[in-house]
Design a protein around this ligand. Structure first.
Ligand code: HEC
Ligand code: HEC
Ligand code: HEC
Ligand code: HEC
Length: 341
């Protein structure tokens, strides 16, 4: 009997080590965000926060260039989206995008360095579209990015391809025919944050406009009009919400009062910003990122041949405001916020 108990000691030690490593131990911070009693509160682990702070610092700023000088459209042969910059602004922008996207490869990542005007590398074609997308984000989506703005670094962080994006998964294809459909559920994947919820929520809800992101119907009785919400859509909505929460590193209560998820009056104002964020992601994916499938080499595409697309984490990378809301545009205001005429 005594030996039996002693034999349990190593087991206890392993369990204790597991508990220390696996569970969030105190102290934990909590911040009240909404009215008293509504439970609108954000819970953070100060240790995770310190690691995140290290990862989410803005790039070094070199300050804006001196005004004046000839326009890039006059000096260069083949500029289609940045002709409105002066030569100085143009070259300073080229130096910055190199730091933001290809610091290791340098200018040669997008250019034949013998002839900078030449087309030919797909990275140059893709970058031109990326430049237009970035201008659109800053010029048209002020309702979401207004305070800080974005530049290439917001998503890329010094890497050729951003760390977070999504493509259509091809996990365990279904049998088809008369066999029951799984509705893409019960398969732990990055997209459903390793839950049993559908893993294709982002494909359905972040790639096109006019999708219903709903769980509660407006009507009590079964209703077969425009606002009918099938159970499958409810599950997809929860899956998207999981992905949003993870992308921002927040709880559901950062935006919702959990006694009435659908009620806007009882929600935190951040929910409205998030609503614009959903609309923006849908627009960026439909107009800019999905169509790039025809330009990208095959090894950049998903298993079903679609291009990588943006989700909340692409910019946010685990915090509520990318780079803690640092100003990302004032070094290159014209290149990042204005379109060439
Ligand atoms: C991430 C891709 C990328 C990198 C890196 C890059 N460029 Fe560019 N560059 C472009 C794109 C896209 C254009 C075309 C812009 C346009 O159409 O308005 C361009 C155009 C140019 C032009 C105009 C050429 C002409 O006559 O039409 C010059 C000069 C230039 N880049 C210099 C540089 C230098 C110098 C570097 C390195 C410090 C660099 N670029 C790094 C994407 C890049
Ligand atoms: C193109 C980059 C980008 C994408 C994609 C993006 N956001 Fe944002 N978001 C930002 C920026 C930049 C800010 C900060 C704006 C500011 O400082 O006012 C922000 C702010 C927010 C805020 C306000 C946070 C606060 O504490 O006030 C919320 C909420 C939010 N985003 C939710 C989302 C959600 C949800 C998604 C995905 C559906 C998303 N965002 C996708 C760039 C992005
Ligand atoms: C909203 C996020 C976002 C912003 C902002 C952004 N990109 Fe991208 N970029 C992506 C995603 C996602 C991919 C991967 C999909 C693809 O290649 O089309 C990508 C891919 C690229 C690639 C292809 C890299 C490769 O090796 O295949 C280049 C080059 C690039 N971006 C340049 C830029 C430049 C230059 C800017 C700023 C003017 C910029 N990006 C801004 C999200 C972004
Ligand atoms: C960053 C803000 C944000 C976070 C965090 C968030 N949501 Fe949402 N939620 C929204 C927005 C915005 C909508 C409305 C989308 C629309 O109308 O297009 C929504 C809609 C919903 C709905 C549908 C309500 C209805 O009208 O039927 C439910 C349910 C929901 N969220 C649950 C959750 C849950 C559960 C979590 C945590 C896992 C969560 N949300 C996290 C912003 C958020």
């Amino acid at each position: 009997m005594r030996y039996g108990l002693i034999a349990l000691i190593p087991f206890g030690i392993v369990l204790a080590i597991f508990a220390i490593l696996k569970f969030e131990h105190p102290p934990i911070d909590s911040t009240q965000l909404g009215f008293r009693g509504t439970g609108i509160v954000q819970v953070d682990n100060p240790r995770t926060e310190a690691a995140l702070a290290k990862l989410n610092q803005p790039p070094e700023s070199y300050g804006p260039t001196e005004p004046g000088g000839p326009l890039a459209s006059e000096v260069y042969e083949n500029v289609r989206v940045l002709g409105h910059l002066t030569e100085d602004e143009f070259l300073s922008y080229m130096a910055s995008i190199t730091e933001w996207v290809s610091p290791e490869q340098g200018c040669g990542y997008c250019h034949n360095e013998e002839n900078l005007a030449e087309e030919g590398l797909y990275t140059k074609t893709v970058s031109r579209r990326m430049m237009q997308m970035t201008q659109t984000i800053n010029a048209d989506w002020g309702a979401h990015v207004g305070g800080a703005g974005v530049n290439c670094y917001t998503c890329h962080r010094g890497q050729n391809v951003p760390a977070y994006y999504f493509v259509e998964d091809d996990l365990q294809p279904e049998a088809g025919g008369f066999s029951a459909s799984r509705n893409n559920q019960n398969f732990a994947a990055d997209e459903n944050v390793y839950s049993s919820l559908p893993y294709d929520a982002l494909d359905k809800q972040l790639t096109q406009d006019d999708v219903l992101i709903r769980v509660q119907s407006d009507n009590a009785l079964p209703y077969f009009g425009e606002d009918l919400v099938p159970i499958q859509d409810a599950e997809t909505t929860y899956s998207l919400m999981m992905s949003m929460s993870q992308g921002l590193g927040v709880n559901c209560t950062y935006c919702h009062n959990t006694r009435a998820f659908s009620n806007w009056e009882q929600s935190h104002p951040a929910r409205l910003v998030a609503w614009h964020g959903i609309e923006m992601a849908q627009h960026l994916n439909a107009e800019y990122l999905a169509p790039l499938a025809s330009e990208l080499p095959e090894h950049r595409l998903g298993p079903k041949g679609d291009a990588p697309k943006a989700k909340c984490a692409t910019c946010h990378q685990g915090i509520p405001k990318p780079m803690y809301g640092a100003d990302m545009v004032s070094d290159h205001p014209k290149a990042l916020t204005q379109r060439a005429e």
